[in-house]
Design a binder for this molecule. Structure first.
Ligand SMILES: Cc1cc2nc3c(=O)[nH]c(=O)nc-3n(C[C@H](O)[C@H](O)[C@H](O)COP(=O)(O)OP(=O)(O)OC[C@H]3O[C@@H](n4cnc5c(N)ncnc54)[C@H](O)[C@@H]3O)c2cc1C
Length: 394
């Protein structure tokens, strides 16, 4: 009872604080270009966006469950859930979105040494440094452990040579977390996990243009890049464990991707297409598809909460991240298909002002990548089959 009362108090205080501090502009539905990524190159799109980030970072609420000494809010998992619920109820946008928060941060909290945590975590929490992920290579995607980028031991530093591909936002990022091979004779145990500044001499990027007309990826090249040994996370040859742990968080993040869209689809459809005399969406077949989607989405959200509760008790199966990633990616693709159906021919427009420069068409195309990034759907289904359902391997 007393726990419930404490949480109720926390909920009331949180709601009051959000009401007072979240600017009205930050309670509008968010398009891709409204995402605050932080980092040295980031330009705020509005003063409200800057104020909202500062207010939330000041409370440690960009990373609510991280310890306070690393820039976090020190909240319990239950308090963080309340914060998320209250933010959703008020349509508050996430103040900061970054690979640092959802991917590197959790890995550093588990595997980083004290100096690395103190150097990097507070800057991630405040949105000062933007990170990119150097995992995939031209011949190492699903079979990531085949990676060939080498890091040679030169006493107090490594010299890194090789190439990464599909590095999201490499040209906009400040630092990279990168998998490198430190021992050519061993596959998994020859991999190490390095952090380095993208401004280091020898790092270069080349953007890859996509069908959506955007270029969120790069090829990333390393030509004799010197990396101090203090920037190795974990042990030499121990990078695969760090990489897998980080991937688990990445997959959970991708699974939750549809959660960023604050406005429910049904309401959006009703506003766009109108209602019949009974107040129902005036398109029976679309109404059914949306209803099915919203039921599945609600069930998925509850499943995510259940997995988070299990994780808190240390009882979540590590392969559950693959399950969430697979289903969340499929749901997000369905959401964008429905958005396109709701928008009709307007949703196919590419450059007009009324379509917000082809917002739906581009987002629909982008959603196709959800079932590839962070490990393909086929690979996730393989993990679920083998590790959760314990089916025999091929
Ligand atoms: C939007 C997006 C963002 C990305 N961002 C990054 C990033 O920031 N950093 C980064 O390092 N990488 C990034 N990637 C790359 C991504 O991790 C890889 O594309 C992914 O792991 C698949 O690797 P691949 O492209 O080499 O395909 P491949 O591994 O060559 O796979 C080709 C096909 O074979 C199938 N396949 C392969 N192995 C199996 C198997 N064992 N069982 C069943 N089917 C199999 C796959 O499912 C796929 O259909 C991103 C990709 C996308 C789409």
């Amino acid at each position: 009872m007393s726990d419930t009362r404490t949480l109720d108090t926390f909920r009331a205080e949180t709601r009051a604080w959000l009401e007072a501090n979240c600017p009205p502009e930050m309670r509008q539905p968010m398009a891709e270009e409204d995402v605050c990524w932080g980092g040295r190159q980031f330009k705020f799109t509005s003063e409200a966006q800057r104020r909202w980030l500062e207010a939330m970072a000041g409370r440690g609420w960009t990373v609510p469950t991280w310890p306070r000494e690393y820039g976090g809010g020190g909240l319990s998992a239950d308090e963080a859930k309340v914060l998320a619920q209250e933010m959703r109820a008020l349509n508050c946008r996430p103040p900061l979105y970054s690979f640092g928060i959802h991917m590197l941060g959790p890995a550093l909290l588990k595997f980083g040494n004290e100096a690395q945590k103190r150097e990097h975590l507070p800057r991630i929490a405040r949105g000062e440094i933007r990170w990119c992920q150097g995992y995939s290579e031209p011949n190492a995607g699903s079979d990531l452990a085949s990676l060939a980028t080498r890091a040679e031991d030169r006493g107090d530093h490594y010299v890194v040579n090789g190439q990464k591909i599909w590095t999201s936002y490499a040209d906009k990022s400040d630092w990279i977390f990168c998998l490198v091979r430190t021992d050519a004779a061993k596959k998994h145990t020859g991999i190490s996990f390095l952090l380095f500044d993208m401004a280091s001499p020898g790092v270069s990027t080349r953007p890859i243009l996509l069908i959506s007309g955007k270029s969120p990826f790069c090829e990333t090249f390393f030509d004799n890049v010197q990396v101090p040994k203090s920037q190795l996370v974990g042990t030499p040859g121990g990078g695969w464990d760090v990489a897998k742990y980080l991937l688990m968080h990445e997959r959970t993040m991708i699974g939750a991707i549809g959660d960023r869209e604050a406005r429910p689809l049904g309401r959006h459809a009703a506003q766009t297409l109108g209602c019949d005399a009974a107040g129902r969406l005036d398109e029976p077949s679309l109404r059914t598809r949306i209803a099915e989607f919203e039921v599945d989405e609600a069930a998925f959200r509850l499943t995510m909460e259940r997995v988070a509760d299990l994780a808190k008790l240390g009882q979540a199966h590590p392969a559950m991240a693959s399950m969430l990633k697979y289903y969340g990616a499929e749901l997000n693709k369905r959401r964008l298909e429905l958005m396109a159906s709701i928008g009709g021919h307007e949703a196919l427009e590419w450059e007009s002002e009324r379509s917000r420069q082809g917002f739906v068409a581009r987002a629909w195309l982008r959603s196709k990548g959800n079932s590839i990034e962070g490990g393909t759907s086929e690979v996730q289904l393989g993990v679920v089959a083998k590790r959760i359902l314990e089916l025999p391997g091929a």
